[in-house]
Design a protein around this ligand. Structure first.
Ligand SMILES: Cc1ncc(COP(=O)(O)O)c(C=O)c1O
Length: 353
């Protein structure tokens, strides 16, 4: 390890800090309101609602917790089924499993790697309650097809929009399609507060109960607004609201969205311009962004032609101190997925390994 060239490490992810985080966190501390739902949380809600064109939003401690709130709001019961893509993060399924529901794993499209809308019909049973659209890498699922299918079967559509803030599908913001949508502000996301998330509420019938679930099953939010004169336990719930310190950090990031997005776009386009020929030469595939989708430049990835090629590539990059990672292990192949889930119908060749 002699030269600086060898020591330079390109990590999988480097959080972006605008500088305003320090000022805002200091302001939160000086305001002496460190618990949740203070001025910074309200500012974050306003920005999120304007970004997603949604009527209501609630910051949460993670996207996982926003998904758990979704499962509670949908009143899922043991025996209910929820369709989720197999190629997603564990929380997309776990949130529903926690309520006793059974995740039914759907295959994904070979172009965008999103839920394969053409297979939905074969996955639905009388127990199906909801479909979870996960916008992989912030590229929109085929929402027209998914929503019209769900309408025809009386199912609720929700979005796991962990990657997709500021992405659009046919000009409409991701996060605004489902009755509910979950956002992530984990360190790896475009906008972060370390660990954080939000529940976007598009169907206003859920707003009041969402506030209660998030505040330990109490009507404390109504009390703080002066709508009732005491607060009490009214429903099930947990503690899903983040502290003002985290909200302050997040507001600094959300307010710098133009700056952050322009930097991410530059980097994404640099990879795309530089890797196209190489991908063709080794049989790898570049990300597909359909013309009716605007992506938020969350992630650049290549799909290698085989597991061996993928392992060789990440190992070769590591010798150059470049830390590339592989993504989700398809959930229907996981230990837990096999125990609790159900896989119906064929899966893409690349999912079966
Ligand atoms: C699709 C998807 N959903 C949910 C999550 C969980 O997010 P969080 O870490 O904020 O709980 C992730 C994590 O990256 C994810 O990729």
């Amino acid at each position: 390890m002699g030269t600086s060239e060898v020591q330079t490490k390109i990590p999988f992810n480097r959080p972006y800090v605008t500088g305003a985080e320090f000022t805002y966190v200091q302001q939160a501390i000086e305001a002496m309101h460190l618990s949740g739902d203070g001025a910074f949380t309200k500012r974050a809600h306003q920005i999120l609602q304007s970004m997603t064109q949604s009527p209501a939003s609630l910051l949460t401690t993670s996207c996982t917790h926003a998904l758990e709130m979704m499962a509670l709001l949908l009143d899922l019961k043991p025996g209910d089924e929820v369709i989720v893509p197999t190629f997603t993060f564990v929380s997309t399924a776990n949130a529903f499993v926690l309520r006793g529901a059974r995740p039914i794993f759907s295959d994904i499209r070979s172009d965008t790697l999103n839920l394969d809308d053409s297979r939905l019909d074969s996955l639905v049973t009388p127990s199906t309650r909801a479909i979870v659209a996960v916008h992989y890498a912030g590229v929109g699922c085929e929402m027209d097809a998914i929503l019209s299918f769900a309408r025809s079967r009386g199912l609720t559509v929700v979005e796991d929009n962990a990657h997709g803030l500021l992405g659009t599908y046919r000009g409409k913001a991701l996060g605004s399609f489902g009755a509910l949508a979950a956002q992530s502000f984990h360190e790896t996301k475009n906008f972060s507060c370390g660990e954080g998330g939000a529940l976007i509420i598009n169907d206003e019938q859920y707003v009041r109960r969402a506030e209660i679930l998030r505040e330990k099953g109490t009507n404390r939010s109504q009390f703080f607004r002066g709508e009732i004169d005491k607060y009490t336990w009214v429903d099930v719930g947990s503690s899903y609201l983040p502290s003002e310190v985290l909200a302050a950090f997040l507001v600094a990031q959300l307010e710098a969205s133009d700056q952050i997005q322009s930097k991410r776009r530059q980097l994404w386009e640099r990879y795309a311009a530089g890797l196209g020929d190489w991908c063709s030469s080794v049989g790898a595939t570049m990300p597909c962004v359909p013309s009716h989708c605007e992506q938020p430049y969350h992630m650049f990835f290549v799909r290698m032609p085989s597991l061996e090629a993928r392992t060789a590539l990440t190992a070769a990059l590591r010798t150059r101190n470049i830390y590339a990672a592989f993504h989700y292990v398809p959930l229907h192949t996981s230990e837990m997925g096999r125990r609790f889930g159900g896989a119906r119908g064929p899966f893409c060749r690349h999912d079966r390994r």
